[in-house]
Design a protein around this ligand. Sequence first.
Ligand SMILES: [Zn+2]
Length: 241
Amino acid sequence: MANITTQGIVLRYADYRENDRMLTLLTPFSGRADVLARGCRKPGSPLMSCAELFSYGEYVLYQGKGRAGVQSFSLIDSFYPLREDYDRLRYASYMLQILEAQAIPGDRTDKLFQLLIRSLKRLCYLPLHPRAVTAAFLLMDAALSGYRPRLSHCVRCGKRMSETESRLFDIEEGGLCCSDCATRDLPAVPVSAREIIWMKDILQNGIEKTTRPPEDAPLPLLRKYVETRLEVSPPSGKGLL
Ligand SMILES: [Zn+2]
């Protein structure tokens, strides 16, 4: 079978046998791919740089018996500075775990792939606050995956709402909920006017153009929203506020 050349980024790895590693890659046009990097832990192996978390580059894959393997690799970015900043590393690891839970083998995921690469570059190289970058990642992830939050109308009755009259975000329906529709057992969390304005601004203008303070980014709300949709609770998300 012919080799396949694809961009990819390592979402997770597990050491295997003496010198190998199993990699879980996210690729733009084949979704999640589990591949074997044979011999990558041997000193001097040409595959050494392909088998670390965040290794982003061009992978040439072959189809072995039962599973694909890495034939060769050309590094684009290792996002090395993340390893020197524990705080940013935690946010970045959380993003990897969200996409690992979300990506399906064989799926076209180029938009999510680009979102991840752009978000990691922001964490790594720009002076943006990690909580705002991560909240923007989750918000755009939701929008690209077909559950963009509705922020102008009540999701239950359709009533138009301004930012100042909204107090609740309905996790199940994915948007604001008015006081008439709010019941005690509703799966809703509080949301402030500043947080609603932040989300609208990011959806319209993107994280790099916003002038809103990072404190306005509703990271706990967006974590709960996306994690509920995906039915996951990534370990690295614990304590991320
Ligand atoms: Zn309502």
